[in-house]
Design a protein around this ligand. Structure first.
Ligand code: F6R
Length: 243
């Protein structure tokens, strides 16, 4: 696992977009593991821009998203499916049949079974991650143990609070979600974790502070990935004490 520091979140997002595009260009039917949230918006803007400019072609690209809120249909503006369509899928030449999105308003067990079957049958070529202030990746929250496969999770108060910025008030934030488990994340051929700003410094500082894999710091599992890179901006690097 290594880290790369860029001066600004924009430069870091461009670098991460380039990594995804290299995989798309070099793989016949690439499978991208995708994230939602404020951190990845600029990266997706870069992908959209490059697709419009003919620099990348997503027509054979498959995607699978990390997670989805339980209780929100895909039509809900705060569902992760809606986010993906708004920020990426509807603006580039992805084919609907290549996009795997969990439905948090469907039968939860059926959704989890389908998610696990999909992840077992396919290997993610590059997995994009953001990170929560508490070190969560996907919605794998700090817990006494890791969960390997896709599962439901009760969101922590910290995560509900952090994500309430996307809703009218904290009461509207769903209390649970379906998330990819940590095995599927680390099985990816390449893992790219993006984190910006001093507010995310603490989990990244802890990630590089030792050689331990600790379920109370879920992001630490990426130390087991074959190829993991953490891309940060200078504000985060300075606050985390990274050179
Ligand atoms: C979202 C996801 C989460 C976010 C994380 C950071 O699909 O998996 O782990 O990446 O909560 O969110 P932002 O980027 O909004 O700070």
């Amino acid at each position: 696992m290594k880290y790369i520091v860029y001066e600004t979140p924009e430069q870091a997002s461009r670098a991460a977009a380039n990594l995804l595009e290299e995989v798309v260009a070099g793989t016949p039917k690439p499978l991208l593991g995708l994230a939602t949230g404020g951190t990845v918006v600029e990266l997706y803007r870069c992908l959209v821009q490059d697709c419009a400019a003919g620099k990348v072609n997503f027509s054979a690209t498959r995607t699978v998203n990390l997670d989805e809120y339980i209780g929100l249909p895909h039509s809900h503006p705060q569902s992760f499916a809606y986010f993906m369509h708004q920020n990426l899928f509807s603006k580039a030449n992805f084919q609907p049949e290549n996009l795997f999105l969990v439905d948090g308003s469907g039968s939860i067990q059926e959704e989890i079974n389908a998610f696990n079957a999909h992840l077992q049958a396919n290997t993610i070529d590059i997995q994009l991650l953001g990170i929560g202030n508490n070190g969560h990746i996907g919605f794998n929250e700090p817990a006494p143990t890791f969960t390997c496969a896709a599962h439901t999770v009760a969101l922590t108060d910290e995560t509900i609070q952090a994500n309430s910025r996307f809703f009218n008030n904290p009461q509207e934030v769903p209390r649970s979600a379906i998330t990819m488990g940590v095995r599927d994340i680390v099985k990816a051929r390449k893992v790219v974790l993006l984190a910006f700003g001093a507010g995310k410094a603490e989990p990244i500082r802890r990630l590089f502070a030792d050689d331990e894999v600790d379920p109370m710091l879920p992001c630490s599992i990426i130390k087991l990935a074959a190829d993991a890179v953490v891309i940060v901006d200078k504000a985060l690097a300075d606050a985390a004490g990274l050179a």
